[in-house]
Design a protein around this ligand. Structure first.
Ligand SMILES: CCCCCCCCCCCCCCCC(=O)SCCNC(=O)CCNC(=O)[C@H](O)C(C)(C)COP(=O)(O)OP(=O)(O)OC[C@H]1O[C@@H](n2cnc3c(N)ncnc32)[C@H](O)[C@@H]1OP(=O)(O)O
Length: 205
């Protein structure tokens, strides 16, 4: 589940500089694919180009998913992750900051690829973002805490565009960490979240 990679910071930076721009380019491609109104022959031509590019990338690839890799000094590389993955074009991706008091927060923009109701963020995407942010907040050290229960209250529709999410630990009871958080636009909170995150048996002391 967690894979040790014996590499240093220079190698991490080299890989990030190689794969990050590729994922960014594919994110742009996803947005353009949804929104283009260009001519049919251009679309067919682009489809062939994209299929050819995919074939080249598949020339050498790993079996299965990317996994969560980490280095000997504990640097995590969750690069395939659906929310923060540097190599995952599906991920917005979120850049999550941690305050000294343990609060986690992120400013990010969700565009056309995340639409549910017209012009608004899909409810499942709101849950995706909040699940990850609350999960990170619940897992401050080297121990993962997994979502046991996540409860959301959708107060109003979340518009596509710039957004802000934040979370904090409410309390810890044994292996259970209770976390609360919100998703907001410029007008205020759109979604409230409460989660129970649990240390899996294999990670308990
Ligand atoms: C190495 C370097 C890298 C380190 C890296 C660290 C950072 C890492 C960041 C991770 C960031 C993740 C951010 C994304 C978060 C997800 O997306 S996680 C994926 C979604 N969640 C899952 O797949 C979890 C699937 N479920 C499970 O694995 C297990 O059922 C659970 C939730 C771990 C519970 O384990 P369990 O052995 O069944 O628990 P059990 O011992 O029976 O019960 C323990 C307590 O929890 C309660 N409980 C059990 N299940 C639930 C539930 N579903 N709801 C509420 N309470 C429950 C029990 O009642 C019990 O309570 P008490 O009796 O103690 O009061």
């Amino acid at each position: 589940m967690f894979t040790l990679e014996d590499i240093d910071g220079v190698e991490i930076d080299r890989r990030a500089a190689l794969y990050g721009p590729l994922a960014d380019a594919v994110r742009e491609l996803i947005d353009a694919t949804i929104r283009t109104e260009t001519d049919a022959d251009v679309i067919r031509d682009v489809e062939a180009t994209v299929r050819a590019a995919t074939t080249r990338l598949r020339d050498r690839q790993i079996d299965g998913a990317y996994g969560v890799r980490f280095t000997p000094d504990g640097t995590g590389m969750p690069w395939g992750n659906a929310v923060v993955g540097l190599r995952n074009p599906i991920a917005p991706p979120l850049d999550i900051e941690r305050d000294e008091d343990g609060r986690h927060h992120s400013r990010f923009t969700l565009g056309a690829a995340y639409e549910g109701p017209p012009g608004h963020v899909h409810g499942g995407v709101c849950a995706l973002v909040l699940d990850h942010l609350l999960g990170m907040t619940a897992s401050p050290g080297d121990k993962p805490n997994f979502t046991g229960t996540l409860t959301l209250r959708y107060r109003r529709a979340t518009p596509l565009g710039p957004l802000h999410a934040e979370a904090r630990i409410d309390r810890v009871e044994g292996v259970k960490t209770f976390v609360v958080g919100t998703l907001s636009d410029a007008e205020g909170v759109t979604v409230e979240a409460e989660g129970v995150f649990i240390t899996p048996a294999w990670a308990r002391d």
